[in-house]
Write a protein that binds this ligand. Sequence first.
Ligand code: ZN
Length: 249
Amino acid sequence: MRISPSLALVGSGQIGLSSRFDCHLYAVQAPEGVVLFDAGSGLKHDWVMDHLRAEFADLSRGAIVLTHAHPDHVCGAAALAEALGWPVYASAIAKRIVEAGDEAAAGLVATRAMGGYPPELRLRPCPVAGVYADSEPLTLCGFTLQPLAVRGHSPDSFVFLCELDGRRTLFAADVVFYGGILGLINVDGSDLAGFRADLPKLADLGVEALLPAHGLFTLRFGQRHIDTALAQLAKGFVPRMIGQGDIIL
Ligand SMILES: [Zn+2]
């Protein structure tokens, strides 16, 4: 599904493009290849491949960027990396989890026990070719990203700032969603202290396109949603978070 000239959505459980257990998988036509953000659950990785083939003429070069090591983002990494022959990039923490296939550290064991994921969803170990770090520019296929570490959803969560199709764009992973909703969840590693410490990094970025890994995305006024989250976080109550009432992601 084409979002803007260089940007496509090639997987999503909510929109019905791939497994219902997949986050949004965004893909960018970079100058020298295709950059894919996250890898989904792996349960319908062949559907993701079909969308990639439909949206991009040349898949001979590319890279997969993992935003954090949660199951709906990384369990498809091994299958997609093998099918595409593309290198995988992750943070140092996520690299350890993904290369070891550490289902406990990925939150898969706990979430499976809660009934959140089916038994066939597994974290198959996947080699990680490159590690990115906070505020160190990462250039993949001629496309430069600014990774920003924002803890709170998970200890290894990163968002990526870039210029894309003339817009200041933030790939927001599970950190902050449309409407200023925070990605605070009831699993180990998620806490408000992380958001309080790191979310202010996203103030005053002038974000136009906000591309979270679940729910709505927007191509305009993305900073408003971030500012809403920051304003709520500055008060003495728990802010709006995913999974509550009508906020189903
Ligand atoms: Zn997550």
